[in-house]
Design a protein around this ligand. Structure first.
Ligand code: ACO
Length: 377
């Protein structure tokens, strides 16, 4: 017999526990973010992104030898199949970079065997995608603008290679550290919308390419990953901290949302944002662009005072990317490059202990209407 759900519905599934995980949680006592038990902000300070990839995908921090293997694997995996390069070259320069990444993953899935992948095979594909995606994105980006794709220094970190791919120059140590921290802080976040999408797709016994394609689609939206770009565009509209305060007051009086603020889970502040604020301040001072940082701070103060809302991970990450010379349309794609590690961990976890995810809906439409033939309607 079909049962009728009668429970109260929580719009947007707010605070609904939709499954179990051992990958990530938010400590309710202090709202700190934990990856497999380790503080994400501590990892951002001390670890390299490659270590965190291993932590999330394999379930533990790598030993020295294991870290070397992951670093080497990601360098090797940067090579793109010729067929993919051909597809990337056909995409217009006006394409949304998130659509480019979504297409790249989907295409890589299409040129592989269409079979059910074992857990080990899924893991290998995960590493391969993590290695390839920065190169796929930046190949399209440069080629579509008539530029050559910069060569990378293979011995540098994932973070440094990405910055070099974007700007064409080797980043300095501070820039590398900041990009590394940002990649770590964006890597994983429990059952957020994109990760949940990936788990739903995996639960149908579909493959990792399909799950990641869906996840990128979910992350593209401005309420999720897209907020970092919108936040930067907002900051750039203002000419001074005073101008920012006036502008934000005006937006709030019109009930407009300020991108880069608020969070479904964090109500006291997003620990990731404090790290990125600190780094973007350092960078602003180093680059003599303190006015930009002061404008961002004025926005933060005004939103906090008026709405009691805190900046989320997106707000100061945007400031840091801007100061490092990363073009704004690449901000959300950076989130993809990082979150690939968290998505992979969740896809593997779902695959290892699967049950189809298929919730019910509380129906509030009409009941048992009589069908009226088309010519009598
Ligand atoms: N600016 C202004 N007001 C806001 C903001 C904001 N950024 N965020 C929430 N509010 C207000 C809402 O207008 C609402 O007010 P009301 O009760 O007077 O109508 C109240 O706070 C609750 O907001 P909801 O949107 O219902 O909160 P929800 O939990 O659904 O949303 C979300 C969380 C989507 C992140 C929201 O805060 C938002 O839209 N922020 C801007 C987009 C953004 O920065 N997204 C990035 C998320 S973090 C990440 O992906 C890394």
């Amino acid at each position: 017999m079909v049962t009728t759900p009668t429970e109260n519905v929580t719009k947007g599934l707010e605070d609904v526990i939709a499954g179990t995980t051992s990958i990530c949680t938010i400590n309710p006592a202090n709202e700190s973010l934990l990856y497999r038990g380790y503080s994400a902000t501590e990892l951002a300070e001390h670890a390299i992104f490659e270590e965190v990839i291993h932590l999330l995908v394999e379930g533990r921090l790598p030993k020295k030898r294991e870290l070397k293997r992951v670093v080497k694997l990601l360098v090797q995996e940067r090579k793109l199949p010729k067929k993919l390069v051909k597809v990337l070259k056909q995409l217009p320069d006006t394409a949304n970079p998130m659509s480019v990444l979504r297409t790249a993953v989907s295409f890589l899935g299409a040129i592989e065997d269409n079979k059910q992948y074992s857990i080990d095979e899924t893991k290998q594909i995960a590493y391969s995608l993590i290695g390839k995606l920065p190169f796929a994105l930046m190949t399209w980006y440069h080629v579509s603008r008539g530029q050559s794709v910069p060569k990378v220094t293979k011995t540098r970190s994932y973070a440094a290679r990405f910055l070099q791919l974007v700007t064409g120059r080797e980043p300095d140590e501070l820039e590398e550290r900041i990009m590394n921290a940002s990649l770590i802080l964006y890597a994983e976040h429990e059952f957020n919308a994109s990760t949940f999408s990936a788990r739903v797709v995996t639960s149908t016994l579909s493959d990792i390419y399909s799950a990641v394609t869906a996840a990128i689609g979910a992350l593209k939206g401005p309420l999720h990953g897209g907020a970092n770009e919108a936040a930067m565009e907002l900051i750039l509209k203002f000419s001074s901290p005073e101008d920012a305060e006036r502008g934000i007051m005006d937006m709030l009086s019109k009930k407009q949302k300020i991108m880069g603020f608020g969070h479904r889970v964090y109500k006291k502040g997003d620990s990731r944002s404090y790290v990125m604020k600190h780094y973007s301040k350092d960078l602003a001072e180093r680059k003599n662009q303190t006015k930009l940082f002061e404008i961002a701070e004025a926005i933060e103060k005004t939103v906090k005072a008026q709405k009691g809302l805190f900046p989320n991970a997106d707000f100061y990450s945007a400031v840091a990317y801007y100061l490092m010379g990363v073009p704004i349309p690449l901000y959300t794609p950076i989130f993809v490059l990082s979150r690939m590690s968290g998505w992979s961990a969740h896809i593997l976890e779902q695959q290892s202990d699967n049950r189809l995810i298929r919730p019910r809906a509380l129906y509030h439409g009409p009941q048992q209407l009589d069908y009226v033939p088309n010519d009598r309607r």
